[in-house]
Design a protein around this ligand. Structure first.
Ligand code: BES
Ligand code: ZN
Ligand code: ZN
Length: 498
């Protein structure tokens, strides 16, 4: 879909459809919609007065103009109560309007980027474009039948009146496109089945990003990680025929910049291994690489927005399968940190591969480490599918994440890293066991990870719930969500040196 910016007034602009927004029960129309209303002989104000269009949040009403306006159709979309409006609702409205237009089979539309106090033109344009592109995402790669029935919008025009306004709208458009493209890339990787999205494919994708954007890349195969001493990663990887890959992607904007490590769980399929999972819903376990997908997406945006950082993306990628070569409950593993782990469940594989990845990331002496992982079913039980579990050892980093979350709408909820619960990870035979009690499962998973970050400020995002969803949200269709990309990008955009 092509999105462009043009100078023009809505009431004079010829297009297939003109998209206009209004707040609920606004007795006086303002800005572009008022101009269209005047040109349209008061049609919109009459509709609203009669209650035929109320402006309720996401309400959509389509009208044919029959030559009374240069636009062939007008779609009115409600923004809800003015006092409750924010950019999250705006992204939702952009998405809902876009989906309405697409589903009606209309291929082109234009809209004036509205002016609302307390939001800049850049923000409004970026958020509109983000909501629209993310809401229109579809995963059709493997559909071969009735492809002609797939509906897509071809072109969107953002209208501005003054040159300066057009520049701001253009800037927001560019940023919105860059971010949405990365989120959609992550969604594609999550939605892609595990017979396609293998560790090798993730490594190829990382290699492609490195090549295109001039980043450094290292991809270690399992035998190399064995030589390096990553006993935990090797244990998980050795049960599968699909070769595991330990991927390290580095973006550096310049000398002397802060180093931040982004660590993403890359289990391309989690059967549970010898501690095999029940078959019900096991197909969902192709999303167990969502953390790695988010890291790839974030790195791509960092380059495209030229963010001033040295970023190290560490993505341990492997399947977790049972086989004659698979690791087993009772095995004792030596991690890269030299600490030993007794395996209680081979289904708690994420924390094992992450332990080596976290330790590896310490080589770069990062200022902060953020890991993203579909780590525990317990976190889904605690928080459901719409909230990320947030854990960490550093108040200021936790606050930064919470602020970024407030801006992006990727919700986080803080969970405690209770020292007392460390006891659950004590093992008779090794330094730790990889599983504690069922109760507080998400916390115990996070505590396990904390043993591998030394004293570095660190945040762990348990994205097991939001990684893929069955119930769509306003601009997040069903399936893989690409969660984490927007949150991390916002964190980096707002990062200020201490
Ligand atoms: N990948 C799963 C976690 C998961 C579960 C993600 C459901 C999304 C939805 C993880 O590897 C796992 O299996 N964790 C175990 C840990 C347990 C054995 C301590 C779990 O949550 O049951
Ligand atoms: Zn598992
Ligand atoms: Zn897993």
């Amino acid at each position: 879909m092509k999105i462009k910016v043009e100078k023009g007034r809505s009431e004079k602009f010829p297009c297939e459809l003109l998209l206009l927004f209004s707040f609920e029960s606004s007795d006086k129309l303002e800005g572009s919609i008022q101009n269209v209303d005047l040109e349209w002989k008061g049609f919109i104000s009459a509709l609203m007065k009669q209650g035929d269009f109320k402006g309720e949040l996401f309400e959509c009403r389509l009208f044919y103009t029959h030559g009374t306006l240069p636009a062939k159709r007008v779609l009115l979309t409600g923004l809800g109560k003015k006092g409750e409006f924010d950019l999250e609702k705006w992204r939702g409205a952009a998405s809902r309007a876009g989906q309405y237009i697409r589903d009606a089979g209309i291929k082109q539309f234009a809209l004036p980027i509205p002016k609302f106090d307390s939001f800049s033109e850049v923000e409004l344009s970026e958020s509109f474009v983000t909501g629209l592109l993310l809401g229109l995402y579809q995963f059709n790669e493997f559909k071969t039948l009735e492809r002609d029935k797939i509906k897509e919008i071809g072109e969107v025009t953002l209208l501005g009146e003054k040159d300066e306004e057009i520049r701001w709208i253009g800037e927001g458009l560019r940023t919105g496109e860059i971010i949405s493209e990365a989120v959609c890339m992550a969604r594609d990787l999550v939605n892609g089945p595990s017979n396609q999205v293998t560790p090798t494919l993730l490594a190829d994708k990382a290699r492609q990003i490195a090549k295109e954007y001039g980043m450094e890349i290292q991809i270690f195969d399992v035998s190399e990680t064995e030589t390096m001493g990553m006993g935990a990663f090797v244990a998980v990887a050795k049960g599968s025929q699909e070769p595991g890959k330990f991927i390290v992607l580095e973006y550096n904007k310049g000398k002397g910049l802060e180093t931040i490590a982004l660590v993403g769980k890359g289990i391309t399929f989690d059967s549970g291994g010898i501690s095999i999972k029940p078959s019900e819903s096991m197909e969902r376990m192709k999303d167990d690489m969502s953390g790695a997908a988010a890291v790839l997406g974030t790195m791509q945006v960092a380059y495209k927005l030229q963010l001033p950082f040295h970023l190290v993306g560490v993505m341990p990628a492997t399947e977790n399968l049972p086989s004659g070569k698979a690791y087993k409950p009772g095995d004792i593993l030596k991690t890269l940190s030299k600490q030993t782990v007794e395996v209680i469940s081979t289904d708690a594989e994420g924390r094992l591969i992450l332990s080596d990845a976290l330790t590896y990331s310490l080589r770069y002496k990062p200022k902060a480490i953020v890991d993203l992982a579909t780590l525990t079913g317990a976190c889904v039980i605690a928080l459901g599918n719409d909230v990320i579990g947030l854990f960490g050892n550093d108040e200021s980093l936790l606050k930064r994440i919470e602020e970024a979350s407030g801006k992006t709408g990727e919700k986080v909820w803080r969970m405690p890293l209770l020292d007392e619960y460390s006891d659950h990870l004590k093992s008779d035979a090794a330094d730790f066991r990889n599983v504690g009690t069922r109760a507080a499962g998400a916390i115990i998973g996070a505590i396990f990870l904390s043993k591998f970050v030394e004293k570095i400020p660190w945040v762990h995002l348990d994205i097991a719930g939001p990684a893929s969803i069955d119930k769509e949200r306003p601009y997040v269709p069903r399936g893989g969500t690409g969660v984490g990309v927007r949150l991390l990008v916002q964190l980096l955009r707002d990062w200020k040196k201490d």
